[in-house]
Design a protein around this ligand. Structure first.
Ligand code: NAP
Length: 249
């Protein structure tokens, strides 16, 4: 018997990067993984890589910022697999500019995907989790939400807000057997950080005691812990995965 046998895990933005690593780990440990992404083709490719290895998974397209897309996604998933035991709100974007040059549309877009998207998916998942009186939610925040970063006012605000949202929903649903936690990655090698120049990477590296950027699997293992049986008594917490770059009090 594998750890997550019989469990259904839905991962937003799961086609690539950190979301894909989380999905891979949970599928390898027995979960049926629903990969939700803006890009259906990429999600289907990820899923077929797993199903060809005999793992259980399905792909679905949804823009997390759209309440209608999210509702339709949950309706489809519930009708096809009956439940969602684990929700990982991983979809996220950046639109970086210094504050004075940041356009309203970039502010609004980042907040609508990173923050409103997390709200939309939790709202949709919690009604069925509440009925089952069981559930696990992990929201992906960022070290930037804790310490700030020049050029990322919109992103940092969204990721800090995800922490407040996580703690609040954790309090609202604790009595129903549902835990809600956040994982805050540091700088992780994915397409999101691929465009950083070597200069910026070197400067970053000096701030990381472990002396390396993270890899998606580093984050996936933290998420797998928070959705496991062993984390039953952990809710409303932020788990930092950053090689020591920021140490919370
Ligand atoms: P990534 O490689 O860019 O993957 C993000 C995925 O989310 C992509 O597949 C993307 O699809 C999808 N997505 C974007 N907007 C969406 C929307 N509106 N609805 C549904 N899916 C959407 O990024 P990543 O580095 O793996 O990041 C994953 C999460 O970790 C994000 O929340 C990010 O903020 C957070 N994080 C990352 C780092 C890092 O250093 N990489 C650090 C801290 C936190 P498309 O490609 O089609 O747009």
């Amino acid at each position: 018997m594998s750890e997550f046998d019989g469990k259904v895990a839905l991962i937003t933005g799961g086609a690539q990067g950190i979301g894909k690593a989380i999905g891979t780990l949970l599928a390898e440990r027995g979960a049926t993984v629903v990969v939700s992404d803006l890009n259906l083709e990429a999600a289907e490719e990820t899923v077929s890589g797993w199903t060809s290895r005999g793992l259980e998974a399905m792909a679905i397209r949804a823009d997390v910022a759209s309440e209608g897309d999210v509702k339709a996604m949950f309706d489809t998933v519930l009708s096809r697999v009956g439940k969602v035991d684990i929700l990982v709100n991983n979809a996220g974007i950046t639109r970086d500019k210094l504050l004075m040059r940041m356009k309203d549309e970039d502010w609004n877009l980042v907040l609508s995907v990173n923050l409103k998207g997390t709200f939309n998916c939790m709202k949709a998942a919690l009604s069925s989790m509440s009925k089952n009186r069981r559930g696990r939610i992990v929201n992906i925040s960022s070290v930037v939400g804790a310490i700030g970063n020049p050029g990322q006012a919109n992103y940092a605000a969204s990721k800090a807000a995800v922490i407040g949202l996580t703690k609040t929903v954790a309090r609202e649903y604790a009595s129903r057997g549902i835990t809600v936690n956040a994982v805050a990655p540091g700088f992780i090698e994915t397409s999101m950080t691929a465009s950083l120049s070597e200069n910026v990477k070197e400067t970053l590296m000096k701030q990381i005691p472990q002396g390396r950027l993270g890899v998606p699997g580093d984050v996936a293992h933290a998420v797998a812990f928070l959705v496991s049986e062993g984390s039953n008594y952990i809710t409303g917490q932020v788990l930092h995965v950053n090689g020591g770059m920021y140490m919370s009090g």
